[in-house]
Every structure is written in C-alpha cells, then in structure tokens.
Design a protein around this ligand. Structure first.
Ligand SMILES: NC(=O)c1ccc[n+]([C@@H]2O[C@H](COP(=O)([O-])OP(=O)(O)OC[C@H]3O[C@@H](n4cnc5c(N)ncnc54)[C@H](O)[C@@H]3O)[C@@H](O)[C@H]2O)c1
Length: 383
C-alpha cells in the first residue's frame, strides 16, 4: 500500500503521557498495525520526531524503538517544512509558548490538556490556529474509554429517560514521596509549575459532561490542599502549593446536576479509579474506565430505611453489566487515528483548541468559585 507519511514533532515525549500513551500506545502501535487505513488503497503513516531538552533521554528512546529522528532544537524542527504536525505533552506551563511558535510556523497542532495556563491564553491559541488555517486538536481521551463509550451508547439509546444527576468520583492516594516514592510528577503539586488537581481534572470533566450530557452552565467548587508537604523525585521535601482535591458541583444545560469529587488524597473503595453514576427517571448506570452497569426502573429494589434490621440484600448485585458489543482500542490511539484522518483526509473533528479552551475556562472558574465562595456561571465561548 502507498504510504502518506505525516511527520510529527513530539515534544514532551520523555514524560509519562508523552512516552507511554502517545508514543508507545498510540503512534508506535499505529505503525505496528501498518498505519491508518485511509480507505483508498493508501495508509497514513506517522513518523515521529522526538523533541525535548535532554539529548541522552531522547537518544535512549529513539534507540529503544528504532526511531531515526530526534532533536533538542524545537525552532529547527518547526522551521523544517517536512514537519506536518506539532504535538505537545510537556508540563502544562511550557505548552502555550510552544504552541504559539508551532502555529506561527504553520504546523497542524495536537496537544495534551490543559491547552494553556489561563483562559485568555487558551482562547488566543484557538483564534491564532483558526486564523493560520491549521488543523488543531486537543486530547480528550476519557471520551474514548470503554466505560464511557458504553455510557454514551445508553444515552443515545434513550435508556435513562430524563437524566437527573451525575455523580463522579475520581482519585486515589498519591504517595507523599518520603517513605514511598510518589507515583505522579512533583510539578503537579506546585502551583508555580502549573500543578493542581483543578487545572488537571476540570478540563476532563468539562468535555466528559459536555460530550455526554450537555454544556456546563455553572460551577461551584471547594478546592483544598490536603497534603501540604511532599517529597520530590530527588527525595527533597517541598511545600505543596497546589490544590490536591476539588469538590465540584456543576449545573448542566438541560437541568441535570453533576457533582464530581477529584482527589489525590483519597483511598480507593470503588471498583475503578474513576466512576460516574448517572440517575435517570427510567434507569441508572455506573460507568468506570472499562465497565458499565445498569439498573432499569423495572428492576429497581425498594429499600426501606430501618437501622434496626440487618441488610438482607446486596445492592451491588442488583445491577446488570452492559456488554462491550464491540472492540475498544486504547483511547489515546483511537483519538490519534481520528486526528491523523482529520489532517490528511479532512474528515470531521470535534475536539479542537476552542474545546480545549472550554476546559481551561472551567478550571479557571472552579478555582475562582472556591476562592470567592460562590457559584459562578460559565459563559459560552466563541472565537
Ligand atoms: N490526558 C490525560 O489523561 C493526562 C494525564 C496526565 C497528564 N496529562 C497532561 O500531560 C502533560 C504532561 O504530564 P505528565 O504527567 O506526562 O508529566 P511529566 O512530568 O511526566 O512529563 C513532562 C514532560 O515535559 C517536559 N518538560 C518540558 N519543560 C519542562 C520543565 N520546565 N520542567 C519539567 N519538565 C519539562 C519533560 O521533559 C517531560 O517530557 C500535562 O500537561 C498534563 O496535564 C494528561
């Protein structure tokens, strides 16, 4: 088959997300499967150019995976007409300036969330990209999780009737780093480095709520730093200046109420690291990363509150598993494939920098709501 090669400058490829999800599980997996079938006898073939600050780290990754191209010179790779796409999975605070450069160089843009540190910057990026006429996209991986895909299927099939509420629970204990190393990078816990769970997770909640139930109309949040002192990658103690838990209430278009707890200071007593319970008049569902279970109104038990009697039923066992009915690929890879098709074939695409800006907006308003102790409307964004 003829190959249409798309050369992708990947910045931040030494990081957790850049390496594992985007290089290994997405682009290299796409190459392993023979590329993306364009449907006309040709395949789209991603050619990564690893970009970063540390030569030895880039070289090690390139050698490990037999990749030819890597560089520490971002400007040079952006000036290179052979580069088609700029992808960014750097730490959040480094993203905006790099995206600006890439847009100015006329490259198509794909990047991790949040797209910028503040709404003004995020909107400006969306405007610049539109004006430059480049194609642009933001990672919204949670929409591609099997559990949420099944939940979407239920919504599209009218399972819930009127949807009343959404309850989300996300989080796990992130070790402080003293007696056991932390399992997340330390910049996540420093506000000055772009950290914080609101900046990290509210962009996800925006597109999940928006994509499944409707636009977020208002936000009210309590934001806390539960663990004030942590130890970094070198074992040095530091002050955790960023929030590590957020308790948010969101009013959705259509009237449903969503309430989502996000915490890196919680121990898991759930089936999955994130779970959403959706209650509708006709039925309810609990969806996680992989699983989705339902209870229809016809099979809803009638518990009676009586603390004097021991429980005689197992509530969890009263739910029914939603079958996969299809194969689910890695969510990051699935979205990459769609983006490559969007760039090369002009296929439709809904997760652009304006959508990314909505995520940044919700994070910004969530933090402001907490600081001011009040509920805030979320104005609709336009370019
Ligand atoms: N979509 C998701 O589910 C998801 C999950 C986690 C993180 N993220 C996002 O991905 C991005 C990267 O997160 P990560 O967890 O992979 O972080 P990480 O610390 O593991 O990686 C950060 C990358 O940025 C590079 N970098 C550039 N400038 C830097 C600087 N000044 N200091 C430190 N590193 C610098 C590092 O070399 C590294 O390649 C963040 O914006 C984060 O919000 C998304």
């Amino acid at each position: 088959m003829t190959r249409t090669t798309l050369r992708i400058a990947m910045n931040g490829v030494t990081g957790r997300m850049g390496y594992r999800q985007h290089l290994l599980r997405s682009l290299l997996a796409i190459r392993e499967q023979g590329g993306v079938d364009a449907g006309d006898g040709t395949v789209l073939w991603p050619e990564p150019v690893l970009v970063g600050r540390r030569e030895h780290a880039l070289r090690a990754i390139a050698d490990r995976h037999g990749l030819e191209h890597w560089t520490t010179d971002l400007d040079a790779v952006l000036a290179d007409p052979a580069t088609d796409i700029y992808f960014d999975a750097q730490i959040t605070s480094a993203r905006e300036p790099a995206l600006r450069k890439a847009i100015a160089a006329g490259k198509h843009i794909y990047c991790e969330k949040p797209t910028a540190s503040g709404l003004a910057g995020a909107l400006e990026l969306a405007r610049l990209a539109e004006r430059a006429g480049v194609r642009h996209g933001v990672v919204q991986d949670k929409l591609f999780l099997p559990g949420l895909r099944k939940l979407k299927r239920l919504i599209d099939g009218g399972f819930f009737g009127e949807i009343l509420s959404v309850r989300g629970e996300f989080g796990y204990w992130v070790f402080e780093g003293d007696w056991q190393p932390a399992q997340r990078p330390s910049w996540n816990y420093r506000a000055q480095d772009g950290g914080g769970i609101v900046a990290d997770m509210f962009p996800h909640w925006e597109y999940v709520l928006h994509g499944l139930f409707g636009r977020v109309r208002s936000v009210q949040a309590e934001v806390v730093t539960h663990v004030p002192r942590r130890w970094d990658e070198r074992g040095k103690p530091y002050e955790a200046t960023a929030d590590d838990a957020a308790y948010g209430v969101f009013r959705l278009e259509g009237g449903a109420v969503a309430q989502i707890n996000s915490s890196w200071a919680v121990r898991v007593h759930r089936d999955e690291l994130v779970e959403f319970q959706v209650d509708g008049v006709e039925g309810s569902a609990v969806a996680g990363l992989r699983r989705c279970r339902v209870q229809h109104r016809s099979a809803t038990p009638k518990p009676v509150w009586n603390p004097d009697l021991p429980l005689t039923e197992s509530f969890r066992d009263q739910w029914q598993e939603v079958p996969d009915n299809e194969e689910f690929d890695n969510g990051f890879k699935a979205q990459w494939e769609l983006f490559l098709r969007h760039v090369a074939l002009g296929e439709p695409w809904g997760w652009d920098l304006l959508a990314g800006a909505r995520g940044v907006q919700l994070a910004e308003l969530g933090l402001r709501s907490a600081a001011e102790g009040r509920r805030l409307d979320v104005p609709e964004l336009t370019l």
